[in-house]
Design a protein around this ligand. Structure first.
Ligand code: AMP
Ligand code: GLY
Length: 421
């Protein structure tokens, strides 16, 4: 089977790596990929951007691709799946309407509200004066969310009223995020610990993947600005078997039921960002894709044939399937460029990247090869993932490997998986 993976991050490297292990996989193209995907067996990079959906369509047709798997949200929100399906190409990912679960916070909150799914109380604003009035009297902290896609910059948690006014000003008056800030969700601040719960859907059936936890802040002890994710591990002890069932019954299934009521079919990975406060679980966000960096530790633990799963999900044949997992714990540490998540420089040669071992694997995020040398090429550069008998062991494996790697300006958190309760 010939597979096309769309995207260029650590998630896509992990997808390609796991797909390549499948016997039925003959070839993987990654568009545009990175220096890591270029090195995987059966895998080749294609110089097409993830948002170039017409270019990707021509490529998939000309190469007679059997299955296309989409990593990032942007091509999904642009309607890549609709375009591919109109052209009779099999693919895995939600269509344009279903991708609104991530493409529009207002749409997502409305699904949650109408489906009676627990989430933070919220109001929608499209008028600056009304939003300002609301912020004058609301409880603090308060959370402001730009409605549209904003590359991870659209959510501001304001811990003072001044910060809330500043955030409102930058989104609605200065338009720092362009049209994404025309409409805002302003919502209640939730306390607790965050976990990621990702499921694979085929339009009718749902299979939960292993649970995981991300670390969104840049610095140790969850300090510093929000990022795309600085490290993740799987499974998380936060989600017990009992909670797993509760999340499926009270959150995931009612969400898909509400989408179905609107005649929206959801196919692909659905990512619920949850806030867990003892027994109370509320939805913080939905993403219409697999998580990054969650994919890296999750796929390190998968025993099942991943291509078979993706193929069956795309064909709506997930009924009666389940996924087998290694008992072990996997933990990924993101190595980033100095300055990330704001301005950073790229192009620095990376030393110390090693061959995969049975207990560690370096997934590339933003890298490229220049005159035979792997160089940094993004904010998040590598995700070094370790596999161990428990969380401490996985931590040791991941950090032992991380400490061997370096480039000018590399930094990483030292406390992935060590969050104090
Ligand atoms: P989102 O893109 O919606 O996941 O938001 C990014 C991050 O902001 C989340 O991972 C949380 O850490 C934080 N966040 C979002 N919504 C809330 C909320 N209602 N209460 C507390 N923190 C939140
Ligand atoms: N790890 C967070 C995300 O994928 O959005």
């Amino acid at each position: 089977m010939k597979v096309l993976v769309i995207g260029s991050g650590g998630r896509e490297h992990a997808l390609a790596w796991k797909l390549s292990q499948s016997k039925s996989c003959t070839k993987i193209y990654v568009a545009p990929g990175n220096a890591g995907t270029a090195e995987e067996p059966k895998t080749e990079n294609v110089d097409l951007k993830a948002e170039d959906i017409e270019g990707l369509l021509s490529f998939a047709k000309s190469q007679e691709i059997d299955l296309t798997i989409v990593g990032p949200e942007a091509p999904l929100v642009l309607g890549l799946i609709d375009l591919f399906e109109e052209n009779n190409l099999l693919c895995l990912g939600p269509n344009k309407l279903a991708a609104q679960m991530e493409g529009s916070k207002i749409f997502m909150k409305d699904i949650l509200e109408k489906g009676n799914i627990p989430t933070a109380a919220y109001k929608v604003f499209s008028d600056h004066e009304l939003a300002k009035k609301f912020l004058e009297n609301c409880e603090i902290p308060i959370v402001l969310k730009a409605d549209g896609l904003a590359g991870g910059k659209g959510v501001i948690v304001a811990f003072s009223r001044e910060e809330a006014f500043e955030a409102l000003n930058s989104l609605m008056v200065e338009k720092k995020l362009g049209n994404a800030g025309n409409n805002l969700v302003i919502e209640e601040f939730l306390k607790g610990e965050e976990a990621s719960f990702i499921v694979l859907c085929d339009g009718k059936n749902i299979i939960p993947l292993a649970s995981s936890q991300d670390h969104k802040q840049r610095d140790d002890n969850d300090k510093g600005p929000n990022t795309g994710g600085m490290g993740a591990f799987s499974p998380t002890p936060l989600i017990t078997e009992e909670l797993n069932k509760k999340i499926l019954d009270e959150i995931i299934k009612p969400t898909l039921d509400e989408l179905n009521r609107r005649n929206i079919e959801y196919k692909g990975f659905l990512y619920a960002g949850l806030m867990i406060d003892k027994e109370v679980i509320k939805v913080l966000e939905y993403n219409c894709r697999f998580g990054d960096p969650e994919t890296q530790p999750i796929l390190m633990r998968m025993k099942s044939d991943f291509l078979d799963l993706c193929f069956k999900a795309a064909k709506a044949e997930l009924n009666n399937l389940s996924i087998e997992w290694h008992e072990k714990v996997a933990l990924g540490v993101v190595m980033a460029s100095k300055g990330y998540p704001e301005k950073y420089e790229t192009g620095f040669p990376i030393s110390g990247i090693f061959e995969e071992t049975s207990s560690a694997k370096v997934f590339h995020c933003g890298t490229k090869k220049e005159s035979n040398q792997i160089c940094s090429d993004g904010g998040r550069v590598l995700c070094v993932t370790g596999l161990g008998s428990d969380l401490n062991d996985a931590y040791d494996e991941a950090y032992k490997a991380t400490s061997k790697i370096n480039w000018d300006g590399a930094f990483y958190r030292k406390d992935i998986g060590k969050r104090k309760k």
